[in-house]
Design a protein around this ligand. Structure first.
Ligand code: S3P
Length: 433
C-alpha cells in the first residue's frame, strides 16, 4: 500500500497501548504448529502482513489453518492442524513471502528438509535481500538451492533426510539460526549452531514449548533430529519492536507518559529499554508470568530529558529493529552514535541510507557510515516530505521524528507500516494529549 500520511507535531503523548502480537514469535508458532503432531491453537497472532505471508505459504504447503477469531487489539486466533515432521506437501505454485525475510529464510529451512521441489519469492524489496546466508548451510545439509546470484527467488530441491551439521554463521542472525535448526529437526543426529553474537532466541523457546529438547550453552544451540513436536495452545505476547515507537514517543516529548501492556520482555529483545534509560528516559516495568517460556509484562515510559548515547557493535543484535526509531529519538534533542550495524543496509531497505535521507529532508543532522550513523539533535526538525522506501519501520520511525518538528511531515509509502503494525497511524493519533 503506497498511500501518504501527514503527521503533525505533538505537544506530548499520553495513554495506554496494547501492541500487536509479536511478529517474530507469530511466524515461529505457525511454522512449528504446521509440523507438529496434533492441532494447535494460537491466540494473539500478529495481524501484520508479514505474518499473513507465513500463513499463506503454510496453506500452500497443505497445512489446514482456520481463523477462529479476530480482535482488533489482541490479533488473530488460529487453529492449525499439524502435518507432523516431514509432512508438508509439495506446493502447486510459487510460494510468496511478500515483504517478509523471516518467512523466506525460516521456511527455507523446512523446505530444505522435504523431498520435493519448491520455489519461494517475494516483493521487490525481499528480492534484493541476501539469501546466501541460508543457502550455504542448507546445501551442506543436503538440499540443492538455485537462486538469482544469492537473491530470491530460490528454487529449493529438498532432501528428505538432511545431514546434521555444526554451523558457525558469519553474521549474527536469528533467521539463519532458525532455518538451520528447523532443517536439523528433520536430520539424523545433532545439529548445532554457534553464533558470533547472541540473537533473539524465540525459536529455541518455541521448540521447547512444543516439547522439543534444546541444548544451549553461551551462543551455541543444538538439537537432536527426529524429535516429535506436540501441538498445544499458545499465546503470542505483544511485540516490543512495535511498542518501541510509543516508548520512544514518550521518551522524546516533555510531559509524556505511555504504558504498554502485555508486551514481550524476552531479554534478547529488551535492549531498547537499556538504550532508552541511557538516553534519559524514566521506565518502570512490571513483569508478569511467562507464557510458553516468553516473559511478558507492562512498561511505563516517561520523558526524563535526553542525553547523548552510543550503541556499540556487541549491543546491535539486541536492538537491530529499533535502531531507526532510536535515531528518531535523537532528533528530539539527544544524540546517538551507532556502529557495527552494517546489517541495516540489507533490511527491508538500506536502512542507513534511507534513514539519513529522510531525516535530512526533515532538517535533521545525521552522518552516515558504512556500518552505522551519528544523529545530532541540537536543532529542531522542521518537517518536510520523506519516503518510507517500502519499509515499515522507516515509515513509523519518521512519524515519531515528525512529532517533534516545527511543521508537518508528509510520509510517502506510509502504508508500509501494515507489514508489522496495521493500526499504527490511528494509535498515534489516539495518544496525542
Ligand atoms: C528476526 C530477526 C532479525 C530481525 C527481523 C526478525 C527474526 O533479522 O531484524 O526483523 O524474527 O528472527 P536477522 O535474522 O536478519 O538478523
Amino acid at each position: 500500500m503506497t498511500f501518504a500520511v501527514t503527521v503533525q507535531p505533538a505537544a506530548r503523548m499520553r495513554g495506554r497501548v496494547r501492541p500487536p502480537g509479536d511478529k517474530s514469535i507469530s511466524h515461529r508458532y505457525a511454522m512449528l504448529a504446521a509440523i507438529a503432531t496434533g492441532p494447535s491453537t494460537i491466540h494473539g497472532y500478529s495481524t501484520g502482513a508479514d505474518c499473513g505471508s507465513t500463513l499463506a505459504c503454510l496453506r500452500a504447503l497443505g497445512v489446514p489453518i482456520d481463523q477462529i477469531g479476530r480482535d482488533p487489539v489482541t490479533g488473530l486466533d488460529l487453529e492449525i492442524l499439524g502435518l507432523q515432521l516431514g509432512g508438508l506437501q509439495r506446493p502447486s505454485s510459487t510460494l510468496d513471502a511478500g515483504n517478509s525475510g523471516s518467512t523466506m529464510r525460516m521456511l527455507s529451512g523446512l523446505l530444505a528438509a522435504h523431498a520435493f521441489r519448491s520455489m519461494i519469492t517475494g516483493d521487490d524489496s525481499l528480492r534484493r535481500r541476501p539469501m546466501r546466508r541460508v543457502i550455504v548451510p542448507l546445501e551442506r545439509m543436503g538440499a540443492r538451492i538455485m537462486s538469482d546470484n544469492g537473491r530470491p527467488p530460490m528454487t529449493i530441491l529438498g532432501s528428505g533426510r538432511p545431514t546434521a551439521i555444526d554451523f558457525q554463521p558469519d553474521v549474527p542472525s536469528a533467521q539463519v539460526k532458525s532455518a538451520v535448526l528447523l532443517a536439523g529437526l528433520h536430520a539424523d543426529g545433532m545439529t548445532r549452531v554457534v553464533e558470533p553474537l547472541p540473537t533473539r532466541d524465540h525459536t529455541e523457546r518455541a521448540l521447547e514449548a512444543f516439547g522439543v529438547q534444546v541444548e544451549r550453552a553461551g551462543t551455541a544451540v543444538a538439537i537432536r533430529g527426529g524429535q516429535r513436536l506436540i501441538g498445544g495452545t499458545l499465546h503470542v505476547p505483544g511485540d516490543i519492536s512495535s511498542a518501541a515507537f510509543w516508548m520512544v514517543a514518550a521518551a522524546a516529548l516533555p510531559g509524556s507518559e505511555i504504558t504498554v501492556e502485555h508486551v514481550g520482555l524476552n531479554p534478547s529483545r529488551t535492549g531498547i529499554i537499556d538504550v532508552l534509560r541511557r538516553m534519559g528516559a524514566d521506565i518502570s516495568a512490571i513483569v508478569g508470568h511467562p507464557r510458553a517460556g516468553e516473559p511478558i509484562g507492562t512498561l511505563t515510559v516517561r520523558h526524563g530529558g535526553l542525553v547523548a548515547a552510543e550503541i556499540l557493535p556487541g549491543e546491535v543484535p539486541g536492538v537491530i529493529d529499533e535502531l531507526p526509531v532510536l535515531a528518531a529519538l535523537a532528533t528530539h534533542g539527544g544524540e546517538l552514535a551507532v556502529s557495527g550495524a552494517q546489517e541495516l543496509r540489507v533490511k527491508e531497505s538500506d536502512r542507513i541510507a534511507a534513514l539519513a535521507d529522510g531525516l535530512r529532508r526533515m532538517g535533521g543532522d545525521i552522518d552516515e557510515q558504512p556500518d552505522g550513523f551519528h544523529v545530532r539533535g541540537r536543532n529542531r526538525l522542521r518537517g518536510g516530505e520523506v519516503d518510507a522506501n517500502n519499509d515499515h519501520r522507516l515509515a513509523m520511525a519518521f512519524a515519531i521524528a515528525a512529532l517533534g518538528a516545527s511543521g508537518p511531515t508528509v510520509i510517502h509509502d506510509a502504508g508500509a507500516a501494515a507489514v508489522s503494525y496495521p493500526d499504527f497511524f490511528s494509535v498515534l493519533e489516539s495518544l496525542r494529549a
